[in-house]
Design a protein around this ligand. Structure first.
Ligand code: HEC
Ligand code: HEC
Length: 189
């Protein structure tokens, strides 16, 4: 016997394979399907490529072990680094393979309100939806950001020697869209 959660996850994967779990269908709220989609998105949300820029403290972290950024790089007053140690001094619009410095447009640390390191699945889910924490984004804007934003997209093109986030940004965007479409439910823990 499959648990209801497991069979709903299977149904969700089936919907995705048909291309049906897209933001174009106005779905009825469905807690099981929404949670299955959120669960599927977590492998990306909790990947070090994302978390390194969404730290709980005032320093970016780096690599798969998420250790503090070398050279004591700090958040600074505007999330772009302290005076004299600005992110954009080293990080440019694209990865720089010769020196190994990763890059993407508007490279900066996610604001403190978007600190995700150390959050439970439930806390992360609630933080994503909270307009006070996410710069007043609507759920549709949140889907758009995850599916299209270039800083998010960098996680699948992180430069030589770095493990990309799992899947593709498009797949990830579909999971987030389905989570929202089926009611944006959050897990109990
Ligand atoms: C280079 C640093 C960097 C990386 C890497 C990064 N982010 Fe962000 N993220 C930011 C910044 C900066 C903001 C704030 C953008 C703004 O307010 O315009 C942000 C905001 C967000 C937001 C909107 C706010 C919120 O809390 O809902 C989401 C969603 C998000 N990022 C998802 C991701 C995901 C998913 C990944 C990995 C696939 C990722 N980010 C990787 C820097 C980064
Ligand atoms: C003095 C140059 C310098 C400055 C300033 C700097 N960085 Fe970096 N950063 C680097 C280098 C070099 C790497 C690559 C380290 C490696 O992979 O060995 C790196 C790596 C990173 C990574 C790791 C990516 C990953 O997933 O492994 C993040 C995140 C990051 N920087 C964010 C920032 C942010 C945000 C700022 C500004 C607040 C900043 N950096 C300022 C040089 C710098």
């Amino acid at each position: 016997m499959q648990s209801p959660r497991a069979s709903s996850a299977v149904a969700y994967v089936f919907l995705c394979s048909l291309g049906l779990a897209s933001p174009l269908i106005a779905a009825e709220p469905d807690k099981e399907k929404s949670l299955a989609a959120f669960q599927a998105s977590l492998a990306v949300f909790k990947h070090p490529r994302c978390l390194n820029c969404h730290p709980s403290g005032d320093q970016p972290t780096q690599s798969m072990s998420m250790h503090p950024h070398a050279m004591n790089v700090q958040r600074g007053p505007d999330d772009h680094g302290a005076v004299g140690m600005r992110c954009e001094t080293c990080h440019r619009d694209a990865n720089y393979e010769a020196s190994g410095v990763p890059g993407a447009p508007k490279w900066a640390l996610a604001p403190r309100s978007m600190a995700w390191q150390g959050l439970s699945d439930r806390e992360l889910c609630l933080a994503l939806k909270d307009p006070k924490k996410n710069h007043n984004m609507s759920l549709d804007e949140l889907v758009e950001h995850n599916a299209k934003d270039p800083l998010v997209g960098w996680a699948w093109n992180p430069g030589t020697g770095r493990e990309p986030a799992p899947g593709t940004q498009e797949e990830f965007g579909r999971h987030v869209a389905a989570w929202v479409e089926f009611g944006a439910f959050c897990p109990d823990k």
